[in-house]
Design a protein around this ligand. Structure first.
Ligand SMILES: [Cu+2]
Length: 319
């Protein structure tokens, strides 16, 4: 008993010594790292400049014949407007018609590129849909109200901007996110039973989507749909980088209307786009960047529409 009492102050003393030593060494390493940081080269300041449409895209367009003058008409067949869908998988079916001049979505297996549709759930980054002959699946869609926006795009992700090329529908998912239940169509017909595994279904285009629900958006009001840039840009694809978007229910200043699109890259000053066409920016530095697009009214105020008219995306440039 008495031996134990004598041991306690000794071990406390040792603990204090250990603490003092630890704080000393921590202090030392702080000093070391401060010194090291001050000698590191500061990050290169990024200066972006507007450049013309790249020659490589002009060359691609020449090789495509007339299809860049197409006036595609794109309609969402499924999900139907205001449909209620049971289960977390949403099958997207589209109907493409109009004056196509040879335009047809398809991924070239050799290059992995081709015409495609941009499919946007809520205000998430778009997904690319290549083969319209089979449905495109949005998987893990959360329960609640959603919006779907679609428009045709070229292999370099520039959208077609004619009337009829864009459509948005609202729909509702019930019981989303429960993969143990069979996935059914809105008529109640079972399309996939997730409990049993019969013959494996033919592979389908599709994407597991992030959790999101619709904004309180009104399709009849001015709407800016963010399209590009998104994701990762490598080597020659990173210079220049295209900004492209869809405008509905509004005309920009340079097209005879009142609206402007404002873009802000990282913490740079705001810049404006007054004609509805893509722009190309050169001078990106390696690393992560944010690109923010906003629709402004004639008083230079952001137009409120369910939060969709101000969108920021993070992109990564690898050089
Ligand atoms: Cu694309």
């Amino acid at each position: 008993m008495s031996r134990n009492r004598k041991l306690i102050p000794v071990s406390l003393g040792l603990a204090i010594v250990a603490l003092v030593l630890a704080s000393c060494s921590a202090g030392n390493s702080d000093n070391t790292s401060t010194t090291a940081t001050s000698t590191v080269t500061p990050p290169i300041k990024q200066t972006l400049t507007l450049v013309p449409r790249p020659q490589k895209i002009l060359d691609l367009m020449t090789g495509r014949g007339e299809q860049d003058q197409a006036k595609p008409d794109l309609k969402i067949v499924s999900p139907a407007k205001d449909a209620v869908i049971n289960g977390s998988t949403v099958e997207v079916k589209l109907n493409l018609s109009g004056d196509l001049k040879g335009y047809m979505p398809h991924k070239d297996p050799a290059t992995g590129k081709g015409n495609h549709i941009h499919v946007i759930l809520d205000n998430q980054p778009y997904e690319a849909y290549y083969e319209l002959g089979q449905p495109f699946e949005l998987r893990n869609v959360t329960a609640g109200k959603h919006t779907l926006r679609v428009f045709p795009s070229r292999p370099w992700h520039e959208s077609f901007k004619n009337d009829g090329a864009f459509q948005m529908v609202a729909f509702t998912v019930k019981g989303g996110g429960d993969a143990s239940k069979p996935t059914t169509t809105n008529s109640g017909q079972t399309v996939a039973n997730n409990n049993s595994s019969p013959a494996p279904p033919a592979p389908r285009e599709g994407k597991d989507v992030s959790a999101s629900t619709a904004g309180d958006v009104d399709a009849s009001k001015p709407l800016l749909t963010y399209s590009r840039p998104k994701g990762e840009y490598k080597a020659e694809d990173a210079d220049p980088i295209m900004i492209d978007f869809w405008v509905s229910g509004a005309k920009l200043k340079g097209d005879g209307g009142d609206f402007r699109v404002r873009y802000i890259v990282d913490d740079d000053d705001a810049k404006f786009i007054d004609k509805w066409e893509p722009i190309w920016l050169s001078g990106w530095t390696s690393g992560k960047h944010t690109v923010r697009l906003e629709l402004l009214d004639k008083d230079a105020k952001p137009v409120e529409n369910g939060g969709y008219n101000t969108t920021s995306r993070e992109i990564t440039v690898v050089k």
